[in-house]
Design a protein around this ligand. Sequence first.
Ligand SMILES: Nc1ncnc2c1ncn2[C@@H]1O[C@H](COP(=O)(O)OP(=O)(O)OP(=O)(O)O)[C@@H](O)[C@H]1O
Ligand SMILES: N[C@@H](Cc1ccc(O)cc1)C(=O)O
Length: 458
Amino acid sequence: MLVGVGWIGRRLFSCTGRRARDLLEELKVRGLVSQVSEPERVLHEKLSNGSRVHLYCGADPTARSLHLGNIVPLMVLLNFYVRGHDVVALVGGATGRVGDPSGRKTERSVMEEMDRIDNIARIKVQLARFFRNGWEYYSSRRGNGVCGKVRVLDNYNWWKDVRMLDFLSQYGRHIRIQSMLARDSVSARLDSAEGLGFNEFTYQILQAYDFYHMYREDGVSVQVGGNDQWGNITAGIDLINRADPNAAKMPAFGITTPLLTTASGEKFGKSAGNAVFIDPEINTNFDIFQFFYNTADADVARLLKTFTFLTIDEIDAAVSKHMQSPHLRQGQALLAREVTDLLHGCGSGENAQALSDIVFGEFADYNSISCERLIDMFSQAKLLHHATTKTSLTDLVAQLSKTSKSAARRILKQGAVYLGPARTKVTEDTTCWTPYLIDNQALLIRIGKQKCFLVKMV
Ligand SMILES: Nc1ncnc2c1ncn2[C@@H]1O[C@H](COP(=O)(O)OP(=O)(O)OP(=O)(O)O)[C@@H](O)[C@H]1O
Ligand SMILES: N[C@@H](Cc1ccc(O)cc1)C(=O)O
């Protein structure tokens, strides 16, 4: 971090005489920027002379939850927001009806209206929570500052009033067919056997008009998206340049982020079926923690830069410490705690780590942890169950393993069931719980190597 920062000739300099990095440069260092539209110099100037910019990023309601891939461009928005810039997080209530062909080999299947409405409502809640938690997380790591304004909008709000004839007569001439055909999302599909529907072909116009609408109504001048959105974003910039007389004075910009990919290089997301979702109903704090804890050593630094607010110096120090003894997985644990705090609220990373230690048998000091905290941790991870003291062990094992009574009996006989913090192996059926209970109310039960539950006995 720089100390002693001052203004000289509208540019920000540190006391060492070096110009301080503007936010866009910092995001590049963090690996969050793939492409920036021209004139990029103007955007740098704006940022280094302290102007506030207004940015947006959109996601279509094609699933019940946003996933970690969607969070990458949202991290760019969050980085701006926590430093006082205003942001719009957009849900594509209108665009979701049409289907973005970007990065897809085939057309999306049609979604039921009720599912889409439900997805829109859920994604709005997730977006609001992301910025709320994000601000809390930033403040806890980097001290208090002043955040910008965040609005969660649905593009159906303006599309529902647009009439086709009015739209074509007013904007049709500004939208050039040659440019539309040249975009990757279109040209790649034109050459394929399946081709491209008119709905998908026109998708870029919808996203272009969103940008134009928010530019004109609210002064939104930067659109952020994953790398696969470059064509749709530049379609918006083209429309603004052609249709808005202010564009020369106040240029519109696009920033794209690299795509988060799997080890095999596939885009991480819903279509590829490998998504980790941010809705706590679907993936708990424990799931998020586990996902990042299992990161390969080579990815730890990159993901810390992408998904956390630790400074580059803090990350470099943590990574070099990690590389001295990688088997301890300290880098992964730090990454997992930080991202869990960001997505599920401060403190949930520590809870998930403690739970992970319990589940994988690396926790011993049960006296240091209250029964209430255990119940809270297991409940957040959806690993808390309820049973009466009259329930038999066989029934409990059947219930927890979602299996039949006879299969549960076999599991018991095989010696795969352990009770209480002392992990006592129990092979016979029983209803005598007292010796194993924590605080006379909670039973810790392990089934096999990987499954561990807490059962509140009532
Ligand atoms: N793996 C990823 N890495 C970075 N950004 C991503 C990733 N997946 C999606 N995004 C970005 O998130 C935003 C919303 O994407 P979208 O709603 O299309 O979700 P999606 O997961 O890409 O959908 P699908 O997998 O069905 O194509 C876009 O800016 C998109 O580029
Ligand atoms: N096309 C984006 C979502 C989006 C929708 C409307 C917008 O104005 C911006 C972005 C996607 O599928 O990922």
